[in-house]
Design a protein around this ligand. Structure first.
Ligand code: PBG
Length: 326
């Protein structure tokens, strides 16, 4: 018989497999998205994101403490305002819910873990779009940039170490960098949602923040078309040129090709956002006993690291940190 190659030799024992493993996943490689609601006296469950709630300021502190104790790398804050308006003013008001929450969390945790704020208007606009509207109902790119700049400054002033623009407006990173620098926030990091696709996987998130896009609208005039791959590279290159410190791909599992491309083509740190629908699918199947939820989560998050992500934003942050420590 011919001498066959035996790759299985290296898979014989757990110790050997550990020694030759190419990819690691640690609690410090995950960041937890968290929701904080204005004017509520008790946390409220989010049905389609089991295990997640709209936090009060108190329950938010408790959650951040629990995440920090487990070694989770950071948090990303989203606000749920009590009222909305046409121009999303809650996003850049110094008394807006995210600013209030940022001050509190930064006060308590300082730089012990990385405090990030999502930077967008959709949670705060009455029409649910990520920018302000022109008279004809289209999203006004350049008028929106001014408001993103104001939001970035308000978030930085309140204590965000990282601002994460997610609105997919052209020129947003440059406008935000300029606004931050003009106010002296030269050390505030910009993590750009660079390749953010118009995805059907954001449903549970929209329940979480109470966003409904007016008139059955969608975000396809600003978020990317999932048929496109080269376009992601272009978006990422523009963001880096405009001053992005970290770039992101979103959603995650159906975009591993994009992650691998950007890892190769761009030298900025790379993040993957394992989004609400991805979390919900695993939770729903696990609840029925059809899959082992922890095992699937571990496999998916590790695969994102393998494809090139330096860290992962995930609703599994707390659970996976527990699994990894067990
Ligand atoms: C927009 C924003 C969205 C998400 C993060 N930032 C929703 C959207 O683009 O409609 C989705 C996150 C998720 O689904 O987990 N501010």
């Amino acid at each position: 018989m011919f001498p066959i190659e035996r790759p299985r030799r290296l898979r014989r024992t757990g110790a050997l497999r550990q020694l030759v493993a190419e990819t690691t996943l640690n609690p410090g490689d995950v960041v937890a998205p968290l929701f904080v609601a204005e004017g509520r006296d008790a946390p409220r469950d989010i049905t389609s994101l089991p295990g997640h709630v709209q936090h009060t300021l108190e329950s938010l502190s408790d959650e951040v403490r629990a995440l920090h104790a487990r070694g989770v790398g950071g948090i990303l804050l989203f606000g749920v305002p009590a009222t909305k308006d046409e121009v999303g003013s809650g996003a850049y008001d110094d008394q807006g819910i995210v600013q209030v929450a940022l001050r509190r969390v930064r006060d308590e945790f300082g730089d012990e873990l990385v405090i990030m704020a999502d930077l967008c208007l959709d949670e705060y606009t009455s029409h649910g779009h990520c920018g302000v509207l022109r008279a004809d109902g289209a999203v006004d790119n350049d008028a929106t940039l001014d408001l993103y700049g104001r939001t970035a400054v308000a978030q930085a002033r309140a204590g965000a170490a990282v601002v994460a623009p997610s609105g997919m407006m052209d020129g947003q990173v440059g406008a935000i960098r300029e606004a931050l620098d003009a106010e002296g926030y030269v050390d505030t990091v910009i993590m750009a949602y660079s390749a953010k696709y118009a995805s059907a996987l954001y449903g549970p998130f929209r329940e979480a923040v109470g966003v409904e896009i007016a008139h059955g609208g969608d975000r396809r005039s600003y978020q990317q078309d999932y048929r496109n791959r080269r376009e992601a590279w272009r978006e990422a290159r523009l963001d880096v040129d405009e001053g992005a410190d970290i770039i992101m791909v979103k959603p995650a599992m159906t975009y591993l090709d994009i992650l691998a491309d950007l890892r190769r083509e761009v030298d900025a740190p790379l993040c993957a956002y394992h989004v609400s629908g991805e979390y919900a699918m695993i939770k729903a199947a696990a609840e029925r006993g059809w899959i082992d939820g922890d095992a699937v989560a571990l496999e998916q998050l590790t695969a994102l690291r393998r494809a090139g992500a330096d860290f992962v934003l995930t609703y599994f942050a707390r659970e996976i940190a527990e699994v990894l420590q067990a």
